[in-house]
Design a protein around this ligand. Structure first.
Ligand SMILES: Cc1cc2nc3c(=O)[nH]c(=O)nc-3n(C[C@H](O)[C@H](O)[C@H](O)COP(=O)(O)OP(=O)(O)OC[C@H]3O[C@@H](n4cnc5c(N)ncnc54)[C@H](O)[C@@H]3O)c2cc1C
Length: 493
């Protein structure tokens, strides 16, 4: 394939086309949006509200992007109606402090806007019809199984973050009975609102190139059932077509750890939006950062266990959000990681059958376990002796695990689960995307907007930057929040 081109229909298609080569415009609108997921739907609603005409070009027959697979957590805070109803104090300032502390490369302007606008954004989602119960799910879990709304989904109570910002739970799950389906429900409602507001949807239509005129993006080339047409964008094109987890070449080049993981999400996460934006002058950032996990909780009692590597050493606070322990695990020598428990807290990890986190064996003593796991002589015995002595005092000087999860692991027999990267199944998706302004304008290498081009959602980089700092809900939160800003800004252009 030639550089700067992609496979499309029978022939290779260049990523950029000169407007002079467009034979005719089949349709046109102020704003043309590539992709009808969370970001595209929210941008369309806001652009219509601002009076702009909108065409959404969607590759599939309906709304089936990654949003449809999402559990339905939105990371929101600062004192939302749910936080208040459940008795949690929070403020935009504390939320911003947390997001800044946990971010790989904090963008202070975006964090401030997101935290300051979080309560209003929650109200807006509810006003669109997205349902949220006024309830709190108190256990540590990946996704609450029922309709309960509020849950801890990040590292707010994890050291050192708990000392940097006052912790509050900020994961707001769409009211939905089940672990999957909240994202699909939210998207069904929001896409319905976009259509009710007279945004035009071109389904079964793949955007395959951008059209430029004198450096400005002025439209897209579309392929639908083997036919090519061109759609003019009088104000802007918004890229909202997802990440690049299904593009093996891009994964190998940018985020090779995902090549050994099960990548979740839309089959059309092919990175085309990022490649189109880059061809037009944009810059992809944080491309090497995945979301990566192999959750060993629930049940939450397993957080009282310890994770050790092939040297018999701990390497992370076990009460971290599961994508934090997941990325730390993937970086251990040889990927070797064991979850060690005693008989008082023994349970099979809830996801063990999906993640292949196998029970290696039970052992009468720590020394037997150390030998059985092939760990260096004395290593696990020393680790556990120190851990147990401190845990008995309610302390963890090494990783500062929250006292609630501390207990000496001294009630034999003992057991080990294999969480090794490469043996257990790790799942993930990409987090890198185009560098954009707080209003969604795609930025070039000098930080200036590429004329006529915006991006939002998983093809852009905003709040969710890496697995260490990820909190469930930041992707849907930022796709909807910054999607709205992009739609509004483009409409005003
Ligand atoms: C299993 C799973 C669970 C998750 N749970 C959560 C959660 O609870 N909370 C959270 O915050 N995040 C969650 N995420 C992440 C989150 O779902 C995504 O980051 C988010 O949905 C991305 O939204 P989007 O609008 O950018 O992309 P998408 O929802 O993927 O929408 C992109 C759209 O673009 C279309 N498209 C692609 N290529 C083209 C093209 N060439 N032309 C036209 N259209 C095109 C696609 O068909 C798709 O409809 C989860 C992800 C997965 C995989």
């Amino acid at each position: 394939m030639v550089e700067g081109a992609q496979a499309g229909g029978e022939a290779e298609v260049p990523l950029l086309i000169d407007a002079a080569d467009v034979p005719e415009w089949a349709a046109g609108a102020d704003l043309v949006i590539m992709g009808f997921g969370m970001a595209g739907a929210c941008a369309a609603i806001e652009a219509r509200a601002a009076g702009a005409s909108v065409i959404l070009v969607e590759r599939t027959s309906g709304c089936t992007g990654s949003t449809s697979a999402a559990a339905g957590h939105f990371y929101l805070g600062g004192g939302t109606a749910v936080q208040k109803a459940c008795g949690f104090e929070d403020s935009a300032k504390e939320m911003a402090r947390y997001l800044e502390a946990v971010a790989l490369d904090p963008d202070l302007e975006k964090i401030r806007l997101y935290a300051d606008g979080s309560v209003a954004h929650f109200d807006w989602l509810e006003a669109q019809g997205v349902p949220f119960d006024r309830s709190f799910y108190p256990q540590k879990n990946v996704v609450q199984p029922g309709r309960d709304c509020l849950i801890w989904t990040g590292n707010e109570q994890v050291w050192p973050y708990r000392d940097q910002a006052r912790p509050a739970p900020r994961g707001h799950k769409v009211a939905f009975d089940g672990e999957e389906g909240g994202g699909a429900l939210a998207l069904r409602i929001l896409s319905g609102r976009a259509e009710a507001a007279s945004a035009t949807v071109m389904a079964d239509s793949k955007v395959e190139a951008l059209v430029r005129e004198g450096g400005r993006v002025v439209g897209v080339r579309v392929r639908r059932f083997g036919e090519t047409s061109y759609v003019r964008a009088d104000k802007a094109v918004l890229l909202a077509a997802g990440g690049f987890g299904q593009n093996a070449e891009m994964v190998a080049e940018h985020v090779p750890v995902l090549a050994s993981a099960y990548v979740q999400g839309s089959p059309y996460d092919d990175g085309l939006a990022i490649r189109l934006g880059t061809a037009a002058g944009g810059v992809p950032i944080h491309m090497g950062e995945p979301f990566l996990t192999s959750p060993f909780y629930p049940p939450e009692q397993l957080l009282k266990g310890i994770l050790v590597n092939g040297e018999g050493r701990r390497f992370v606070a076990e009460d971290s959000y599961h994508s934090r322990s997941g990325i730390f695990s993937s970086r251990q020598p040889g990927g070797t990681v064991y979850l060690i428990v005693d008989s008082a807290i023994f349970a099979y990890p809830h996801f063990a059958s999906l993640t292949n986190q196998s029970l290696i064996d039970g052992f009468e003593t720590i020394a037997e376990m150390e030998a059985g796991l092939g760990l260096p002589a004395g290593s696990l015995q020393a680790t556990m002796a120190a851990y147990n002595a401190h845990a008995a005092q309610g302390e963890d000087p090494e990783f500062h695990k929250y006292p609630k999860w501390l207990k000496p692991l001294d009630e034999g027999p003992f057991a080990a689960f294999d969480l090794s990267f490469g043996r257990a199944v790790y799942t993930g998706f990409t987090l890198g995307g185009l560098s954009v302004s707080a209003d969604g304008q795609v930025l070039d290498g000098t930080g200036r907007p590429v004329p006529g081009l915006y991006a939002a959602g998983a093809c852009a980089s905003n709040i969710a930057q890496d697995s260490n700092g990820y909190a469930s809900g930041t992707c849907l939160g930022e796709a909807s929040f910054f999607g709205r800003r992009a739609g509004r800004h483009a409409a005003m252009a």
